[in-house]
Write a protein that binds this ligand. Structure first.
Ligand SMILES: *Cc1c(COP(=O)(O)O)cnc(C)c1O
Length: 395
């Protein structure tokens, strides 16, 4: 049969056609009125997309660049910081904070798990300058309780900051950044925004800006104060990724369209969409007798354990060879144990039903056992039908 190449990876994710077109046709120089207008509109819209009144900065780098910026701008060498880690991205926080000379304490839980709030509370104290965590740990598919963690950090007072890597959390999770008091929240273009990699962004609280004047870690390209000053004039400090800004403008328009002209509502719709695709996928996987890897699964992606005795690499390979569908293997030590199907960004009902149909065939092929065709699809259909009924009943 004909194959269409489709990404089901939690970044990069499938591209929004309108974003691709906007990129391809964009030629404006960055020190012009045209670009400034686009830049200012995009920054204002990004506040709505994130759901914050805090300053938003958009930088030319991958997500890790802004993770690094949050460490270099908010800490000084020797500062005590707490990293909540439950996977490869949590470990990245530890590596970054150590690279900048922080004294890193870790609350470490096994892959696939999330943190108990009691354990978090026991580890945060008056000496903790910052707490670093993921909203969703993309390597395991786990969701962390940012609201609960924020409560604990805020109770510690103004000298402790909360930095959240929401690179797969934004657009898939309801996050009330300002109400909860998240100091820095970080996202990346290649995730929920349905664009290519190359831009990363963050929203920064007043409390965090105040800390930046006191911290002494080295920074230059990623000096957020410099970016903020330039942004106030409608510019970036250095050459921005101009065509990606055009794509971002188009992506935000698409999200606004999902909310019938209301961008904040569109963001909620995008989150609900990911939640629905994830719920359908979980039901489908379970109907095939597969186990989920994460105890508290996120909506950004579903991590599914390979059946006993099967290397998940075989599953990933079979998806590609039979259907040209790209799903993600486990990362690091999890390689071979699990495979990951994304729901973040530009996925819909048909994509979700399609990948579950493919999963049935993939499983039959790699396990050499009989699979009840339709079992995963039926379970997903029931999830979808119940949600449609619920909407009708609520009218
Ligand atoms: C994708 C991702 C990142 C960013 O990685 P980059 O490759 O630097 O863009 C960071 N954290 C999480 C949770 C992610 O999913």
């Amino acid at each position: 049969m004909l194959h269409k190449n489709r990404l089901f990876t939690p970044g990069p994710t499938p591209l929004l056609p309108a974003a691709q077109t906007a990129m391809a046709s964009f030629t404006a120089h960055h020190r012009t009125a045209d670009f400034r207008a686009l830049f200012q509109r995009v920054l204002a819209d990004m506040k709505e997309f994130i759901g914050t009144k805090n300053d938003v900065l958009v930088l030319a780098c991958s997500g890790t660049g802004v993770m690094e910026a949050s460490v270099s701008n908010l800490t000084s060498p020797g500062d005590q910081v707490l990293v909540l880690t439950a996977g490869k991205f949590g470990e990245r926080w530890t590596g970054l904070a150590r690279a900048f000379g922080c004294h890193v304490e870790e609350l470490n839980v096994p892959y696939g798990q999330t943190f108990s709030l009691e354990d978090v509370r026991a580890r945060v104290n008056t000496f903790t300058r910052a707490v670093f965590v993921q909203a969703t740990e993309s390597s395991t598919g786990a969701r962390h309780d940012i609201e609960g963690i924020a409560k604990i950090v805020r109770a510690q007072g103004e000298e402790t900051l909360l930095v959240v890597d929401a690179i797969t959390g934004l657009g898939t999770t309801h996050l009330d950044v300002d109400k909860w008091g998240v100091d820095v929240i970080i996202g990346g273009s290649q995730k929920a925004l349905m664009m290519p990699p190359g831009l990363a962004y963050c929203a920064v609280s007043d409390r965090a800006w105040k800390h930046m004047d006191k911290t002494t870690s080295p920074r230059y390209y990623f000096d957020l104060r410099k970016e903020r000053k330039s942004a106030a004039k409608g510019e970036t400090a250095y050459t921005p990724a101009t065509s990606l800004f055009a794509a971002l403008g188009a992506a935000l328009e698409f999200v606004r369209g999902m909310g019938n002209g209301d961008l904040a509502k569109g963001r909620e719709e995008l989150v609900n969409n990911a939640e629905k695709c994830a719920e359908m996928t979980r039901a489908g996987a379970k109907a095939l007798g597969l186990k989920l890897y994460a105890s508290a699964p996120a909506a950004a992606l579903t991590a599914i354990c390979a059946p006993e005795g099967i290397d998940s690499g075989k599953i990933v390979k079979e998806f590609r060879e039979s259907f040209d569908a790209v799903v993600a293997n486990g990362q690091g030590e999890m390689k071979g144990q699990l495979f990951r199907i994304a729901h973040i960004g530009y996925y819909d009902y048909l994509d979700t039903i399609g990948i579950l149909g493919a999963l049935e065939h993939v499983l039959a092929k790699v396990t050499d056992k009989s699979v009840e065709y339709g079992a995963a699809v039926r379970a997903a259909q029931q999830v979808y039908a119940r949600s449609v009924e619920a909407v009708l009943a609520a009218r």
